[in-house]
Design a protein around this ligand. Structure first.
Ligand code: UD1
Length: 416
């Protein structure tokens, strides 16, 4: 199993290019199932999750052609509308094929994702939404079996804001008969990016970016070209790393407008931030100040940045409260941070982090994607060597992470 060895104590300096967003690329690749033409994507990140999604689409009959960050998906010969357990269990986002498959082929068999490290994460809202649109759904041998001659437009209210739930139903509604209104829909920028791509394919969608999205179904969608938006979580992760190490970095090919709460929190921590065009510059002098964070759906503070801010708070001046409201078990990094000398108390969904002068390198284990990023940050600020095990989690969501960090002056290497 691969590990990362990090020699801490070097502030990050320099410029780094931000990759395309994993959480936009995955649903947008599934949009390729909605047309018999070619969907031409650019700025697609080279990530493990992206290749898992490509393989899943290919085994259904989609032809995929990848060259660097370009990906062409041809959905004209799909003959097996099925997502097997082996793939869904490694990547929950596989459930995003459900809506497009029922909408275009009238049938889908998609494995239930089951639990994952950060919580139980059910897909009941995806299923209820499709049922409201007229699909007959049964659960057979661990598989969701959905059928519908043609989905019908419906008014659907989400009890809980769900990002992939919203995306699945937008894609289903794009080919349904009539108008679908999604209420309490997710406002995440990745939902908006998907809507942009679908509109380029001929879909009629409005209200994306607000909590009420209206989709008027069309008979068919056509091919299109779409550039994947920048990854706001990768952007935020590099900014927090620079702030925690007391460095100064510039991100290119990114967007400040989708990172507002994160930039605000970094400002509170004492970082000087400026943004212009597709660049964000951050400079940090001295030790960061502690910052309270409370995760909630967009535009509030993202749960995918919670662990990274926890790492920053570990060495900050003062105490901070970190409250996780989205996932019930997203504090697994706490145990590992404690191995580096962090002072953290956990009570239910709240952690209290007392900043210490320094962390000390140790052997730690990554438990999920963003927890891995948090351990990389902690390793980069710790004195001595930190070795992170199970970094396959990191490769699911961060493109060329050690190359990018090395370019910024970090002492980091992969042990194979
Ligand atoms: C997406 C992101 C993930 C991010 C999360 C929250 C992708 C591929 N992944 O995950 O990185 O951490 O949003 O911003 O975009 N829920 C239900 N029933 C459902 C669906 C969700 O109860 O049918 C609950 C979940 O258990 C969770 C909450 O709703 O507590 C939000 O989850 P959701 O937004 O659906 O997360 P994902 O879309 O899986």
């Amino acid at each position: 199993m691969q590990k990362l060895a990090i020699q801490g104590g070097t502030p990050l300096h320099g410029e780094v290019r931000i990759s395309g967003a994993k959480n936009a690329a995955l649903p947008i690749m599934c949009a390729g199932l909605l047309t018999a033409d070619t969907l031409q994507l650019s700025n697609v990140p080279e990530l493990h999750d992206v290749s898992t999604m490509r393989k899943l689409l290919e085994q259904m009959g989609v032809k995929a052609c990848v060259r660097g960050g370009e990906m062409a998906l041809y959905g004209g010969q799909v003959d097996k509308p099925e997502a097997p357990y082996d793939m869904v269990k490694t990547m929950r986002a596989s459930v995003l094929v459900l809506g497009p498959l029922v909408a275009r082929f009238g049938e889908a068999r998609v494995s239930l994702p089951g639990g994952c490290a950060i919580g139980s994460r059910p897909v009941d809202l995806h299923i209820k939404g499709l049922q409201a649109m007229g699909a007959t759904i049964s659960i057979e041998h661990g598989y969701i079996h959905a059928q519908a001659k043609r989905l019908k437009g419906a008014r659907i209210f989400f009890d809980i804001v769900s990002v992939t739930g919203t995306e699945n139903l937008i894609m289903a509604a794009a080919l349904a008969d009539g108008v679908t209104v999604l209420e309490n829909a997710a406002r995440e920028p990745e939902v908006v990016d998907l809507a942009h791509c679908l509109r380029a394919m001929g879909a009629k969608i409005s209200g994306d970016g607000t909590d009420t999205i209206t989709v008027t179904g069309v008979d068919e969608l056509h091919g299109a070209a779409h550039r994947i938006m920048p990854d706001r979580i990768e952007s935020g992760t590099f900014l927090v790393t620079a702030a925690a190490t007391g460095g100064s970095i510039t991100l290119t090919d990114t967007r400040a407008d989708i990172l507002e709460t994160v930039l605000e929190k970094l400002g509170e921590a004492g970082a000087k931030i400026s943004a212009s065009g597709d660049r964000i510059h951050l400079e940090m002098n001295g030790r960061p100040k502690s910052v309270n964070v409370r995760t909630a759906p967009y535009p509030a503070f993202p749960t995918d940045m919670q662990a990274q801010f926890m790492a920053l708070n570990c060495i900050a001046n003062g105490s901070a409260m970190v409250v996780e409201t989205i996932f019930e078990n997203r504090f697994m990094h706490v145990q590992e941070l404690r191995r580096l000398g962090a002072q953290i108390e956990v009570e239910g969904n709240t952690s209290v982090v007392r900043g210490v002068d320094h962390l000390e390198g140790a052997a730690v284990m990554a438990t999920d994607l963003r927890a891995s990023a948090c351990l990389v940050i902690a390793g980069l600020v710790a004195q001595g060597e930190t070795v992170i095990d199970r970094i396959y989690h990191l490769d699911r969501g961060y493109e060329h992470i050690e190359a990018k960090l090395s370019q910024l002056g970090a002492n980091i290497r992969r042990l194979k």
